[in-house]
Design a protein around this ligand. Structure first.
Ligand code: GLP
Length: 244
């Protein structure tokens, strides 16, 4: 079992350009594409490249739907620490995406169970996710599926680890809503991007280590169509690239 395709590039700028190309080519092939989108620092330059490339190639988002992976639970709508704020600022406003096509978990609700079930239903109604982009947390989390999450998990409320809260924005809540690992694995194609030396250890674990719930991203090796894009720094801990 292996990751389908491993792409190692010189630096994070090249990684961002490659991820943007995959994004744009997918919309060109299927104008009503259903996308899964992440947040995080890794994706700031990627969204910048995507906006640039979409402008250059005159890509229309008219038919595209997006589903974000996760959101903090308990922040007011529009809070600057929320992923909605991040997405509006880095992508939606710049790409000119219409509200009706943007799906994000709302962390400002009382009935989080209903919110999560509705989200799963919306994904199904859209026909499933065609292409899902992922970053990775230092402990191997994808979305907000922390170590120990079941590979069959669906969208739900989760408790965040202290280390995740520390490495994200200052003063973020202790809980979040996230697509489950099962939901993520349901995407037809997955592209994971990791850059920087601080990701090298976790990258090595997911690619060279065991498939285990202790490292949530190792679940991607059970998926049929996953591409991993790394810069040299993130790839620096890999044992033997040729074997992958
Ligand atoms: C958060 C998000 C993840 C993201 C991770 C890595 O925890 N929930 O989806 O992959 O951050 O973020 P960064 O790119 O800032 O390292």
């Amino acid at each position: 079992m292996a990751i389908n395709k491993l792409i190692i590039l010189k630096n994070k700028e090249e990684a961002a350009r490659r991820a943007a190309e995959i994004f744009v080519e997918a919309i060109q092939r299927k104008p009503n594409l259903v996308l899964g989108l992440p947040t995080g620092k890794t994706f700031v330059p990627i969204y910048r490249e995507i906006v640039k490339l979409c402008g250059k190639k005159k890509i229309s988002f008219a038919g595209v739907k997006t589903f974000n992976l996760d959101e903090y639970f308990g922040l007011k709508f529009g809070d600057k620490r929320s992923f909605r704020y991040y997405m509006n600022r880095n992508f939606f406003s710049k790409a000119g995406m219409g509200e009706g096509k943007i799906f994000m978990l709302n962390g400002d609700v009382k009935d989080f169970r209903r919110e999560c079930l509705d989200y799963e239903r919306e994904i199904r109604k859209a026909g499933g996710i065609d292409l899902l982009f992922l970053g990775i947390g230092l402990n191997g989390h994808i979305g907000f599926n922390e170590p120990g999450s079941s590979f069959a998990s669906r969208t739900r409320r989760v408790k965040l680890t202290e280390s995740t809260r520390k490495s994200n924005a200052v003063g973020v809540p202790g809980y979040a809503l996230t697509m489950g690992i099962g939901t993520i694995l349901g995407a037809r194609k997955i592209v994971l991007v990791a850059t920087g030396r601080n990701k090298s250890l976790v990258v090595r674990k997911i690619i060279n280590g065991e498939i285990t719930t202790r490292v949530p991203a190792s679940a991607l090796r059970r998926h049929k169509n996953t591409t991993v894009i790394l810069d040299k720094d993130a790839a620096s801990g890999l044992k033997n690239n040729k074997k992958i």
